[in-house]
Design a protein around this ligand. Structure first.
Ligand code: ZN
Length: 346
């Protein structure tokens, strides 16, 4: 992900950071669970016995349904077989095989789709592929989770592997798929999208970026699929050891509000919305433009910013697995799973 407003984004993030120095740490709201005194817990226990239906809603959200450690290990496995994943490279093909391998059960049921298309890029025609995995639910409607899996074509000559940018999000969606394989959705269907060509082929513009999602949004508009989508949630750069999910002004407001609820419910309120970003270009935009409710779960602030690396580790050879952590991936996994639960409750 990058945007034509990147400098602006950075400026906004920096200004917010200086404002948010709060000696009391007030923005780090304590979780409901941690702040309940003992007597209150006893009272809750009594109430639970007397009015089980009333106290049910106060149960903390389940966390750890998808393991951050498993996502981390899978990220390492993906990087081992496909460190560089730029278009038409052996690593790109290896990443595609890696994704396909993990969804053999879905393929056997006809719930795995390869969406191949030709992208007209500044460097000529390129063949790209999106992968769509479907877990049918019981309610009419679909929640889509999306991530790109490739690495940047312009960075093909440096050791750029995108541990945080593409790899860990691919691993997260694979693990979320494993969860729904074992626990089929009881509400809306859940679809996973592994999209290609998110990154610019030469330099980011509206026409040189988001190839996979622009193609898919147009295709799903034409065949009526978009009308069935209740929410589309993008995972991007969600493994940073120092994780703080940004408030994104391009995401749909009710989904941003729900993310705040999800963070509180899972005890991760301290890990979101310390910074806000504006004018972000990412995989949610092609769907937003066509009226789909969208949410980008992203932490753009990645690594120390220096004059040599104004964007920190973002789009540098420093974006390696040691910069991400199982703990941060756990937070992100919990947020995704809780968002699905909350969207189903609306
Ligand atoms: Zn990127």
């Amino acid at each position: 992900m990058i945007s034509s407003f990147d400098q602006l984004n950075r400026a906004v993030i920096l200004s917010e950071r200086s404002e948010s120095k709060d000696p009391e740490g007030a923005q780090h709201a304590p979780t409901v669970r941690a702040s309940l005194p003992h007597t209150c817990l006893t009272l809750l226990a009594v109430l639970a016995l007397l009015f089980p239906h009333l106290t049910l809603a106060q149960k903390p959200a389940p966390t750890g349904q998808v393991s951050g450690q498993a996502v981390y290990s899978l990220t390492q496995q993906l990087l081992d077989v496909a460190p560089k994943r730029f278009n038409a490279s052996p690593g790109h093909l290896a990443a595609e095989s890696f994704i396909k391998q993990h969804f053999k059960p879905e393929a056997a049921k006809g719930n795995f789709e390869t969406d191949e298309f030709t992208a007209n890029t500044p460097l000529g025609l390129q063949t790209m592929r999106n992968f769509i995995v479907r877990y049918p639910g019981k309610k009419d409607g679909v929640i889509v989770l999306a991530t790109h899996y490739e690495t940047n074509f312009p960075l093909r000559n440096i050791a750029f592997v995108g541990a945080n940018d593409g790899a860990c999000t691919t691993a997260l969606l694979i693990e979320i798929g494993a969860y729904f394989r074992a626990h089929p959705p009881q509400g809306y269907s859940v679809w996973l999208v592994f999209d290609d060509g998110e990154e610019a082929v030469r330099a980011w513009t509206d026409s040189d970026s988001l190839y996979g999602t622009r193609h898919l949004a147009a295709k799903w508009y034409a065949d009526g699929t978009l009308k069935r989508i209740k929410a589309l949630i993008v995972a991007d750069m969600i493994g940073d050891k120092d994780l703080n999910i940004d408030q994104d002004d391009q995401s749909t407001p009710w989904l941003e509000d729900l993310l705040l609820v999800a963070a509180k419910n899972t005890g991760h309120a301290a890990n979101i919305f310390q910074h806000s970003i504006q004018g972000l270009g990412d995989d949610h935009i092609p769907f937003k433009k066509r009226g789909v409710p969208v949410l980008d779960i992203i932490d753009l602030d990645y690594g120390p910013q220096t004059s040599a690396a104004p964007d920190g580790y973002h789009h540098t050879a420093q974006d390696t697995i040691d910069k991400i952590s199982p703990q941060s991936l756990q937070i992100s996994a919990d947020l995704f799973m809780e968002m699905i639960r909350l969207i189903n409750q609306r």
